[in-house]
Design a protein around this ligand. Structure first.
Ligand code: AMP
Length: 214
């Protein structure tokens, strides 16, 4: 099963993608996580990506597309995968489509986790991330068991630079301009499915599994 997740930053698509990956035993590929891992490891890619990420802008397609194409060509992706945060532009979607059709493949579903902007702003101010292992939490919706400490590795949690309110506003406008057109794009392709992302996290997950099937 090849799935992509659509939705504004902070719509909860990352959390849902993780759960889908676990349930259906397919890799969860998050371009944001890949960039952050590169940043942490101090690679050239990480340094270049940071310049854009910290401003709430998209990393250029020239740095993003090949990275994803190489990743989905790996052995563990042969039974499918879930892409989270890619594609984010029409050219990225076109590149993905071409790479897949060259192998006689196609996406199965594009799942849009729909959340209005007002909710996004409130939600993102509550996000916290582990600077060590990358796990993400929310002070209200997905709190760690010990306040402000990562459940997995016990590191103190942080508010990521790109989750700060001024950056969130910028990311939302970038989303509306560059990523939202993908909703129409995948609707025309007949694979768009929309879920109401304002509902409880478990309910959203149920809605998604109803779409994907047992
Ligand atoms: P995310 O964790 O998916 O919200 O991604 C964090 C940041 O990484 C975004 O704000 C972008 O700067 C960058 N990024 C992630 N995925 C992409 C992509 N497909 N294209 C361009 N930039 C991306």
């Amino acid at each position: 099963m090849k799935i992509i997740m659509l939705g504004a930053p902070g719509a909860g698509k990352g959390t849902q993608a993780e759960r889908i990956a676990e349930k259906y035993q397919i890799p969860h590929i998050s371009t944001g996580d890949i960039f952050r891992a590169n940043l942490k490891a101090g690679t050239e890619l990480g340094k270049k990506a940071k310049e854009y990420m910290d401003q709430g802008l998209l990393v250029p397609d020239s740095l993003t597309v090949d990275l994803v194409m190489d990743r989905i060509a790996k052995e563990d992706c042969k039974n499918g995968y879930i892409l989270d945060g890619f594609p984010r532009t029409i050219p990225q979607a076109e590149s993905l489509k071409e790479a897949l059709s060259a192998r006689g493949e196609a996406l199965d579903y594009a799942i849009d986790v729909n959340v209005p902007d007002e909710n996004i702003i409130t939600r993102m101010s509550g996000r916290r991330a582990c600077p060590n292992c990358g796990s993400t939490y929310h002070i209200v919706y997905a709190a760690p068991s010990k306040e402000n400490v990562c459940d997995k590795c016990e590191t103190a949690l942080i508010l990521r630079d790109d989750d700060k309110p001024e950056t969130v506003q910028k990311r939302l406008s970038v989303y509306h301009e560059q990523t939202q057109p993908l909703i129409e794009y995948y609707a025309s392709a007949g694979i768009l499915r929309t879920v109401d992302g304002t509902r409880d996290m478990n309910q959203v997950f149920e809605d998604i599994t109803d779409i994907l099937g047992a």
